[in-house]
Design a protein around this ligand. Structure first.
Ligand code: FES
Length: 159
């Protein structure tokens, strides 16, 4: 091996070394970016501290029969029919994502749990049914949902 061959070998090693590390760095950065994008696109569980246990939802006139309203801040659905007004949690009992109403069921976007219109689990992994909350009317005629008081599914404030 002469001097010229040795220098060429060194250049080849350096180029290989550089290309190897460069490729590894690019692949690593791409993997990191893909992971971060995946995390950002995941539905966000709704376990937020500090939500009021009791909150006003309006007057009974705001809920004509057949109404379904979603209170986003409180993550509660309120329903009204001919008999009265009721409230059900929108928080999935699996890991706390928000269920959305689709046709005749509630569906969790995170892991696919499905609940019927009474909040009963039809498909897991949700371990429990959705909770229903007491609805009361204040002397001022304002309606209040009280999440401290869990009631039987479908329990209504008679109006
Ligand atoms: S959080 Fe709803 S199914 Fe997992």
């Amino acid at each position: 091996m002469n001097v010229k061959e040795t220098i060429e070998n060194r250049e080849e090693i350096t180029r290989r070394f550089f290309l190897g590390w460069g490729s590894a760095t690019i692949i690593g950065m791409a993997s990191l970016a893909a992971s971060l994008l995946t995390m950002l696109r995941m539905p966000i569980p709704s376990l937020m501290p500090g939500k009021a246990a009791r909150f006003k939802i309006g007057n009974k006139e705001d809920f004509p029969p057949g109404t379904t309203k979603y209170f986003e801040m409180e993550q509660v659905y309120v329903f009204a029919d001919q008999k009265g007004i009721s409230a059900m949690s929108a928080i999935c009992t699996h890991l706390g994502c928000i269920v959305s109403k689709e046709q005749k069921q509630f569906v969790c976007p995170c892991h696919g749990s499905r609940y019927d219109l009474t909040g009963r689990v039809m498909q897991g992994p949700a371990p429990k049914n959705l909770s229903w909350y007491s609805v009361v009317m204040l002397p001022s005629a304002k309606l209040v949902v009280d999440r401290n008081k869990v009631v039987q599914p479908g329990t209504k404030l008679l109006v």
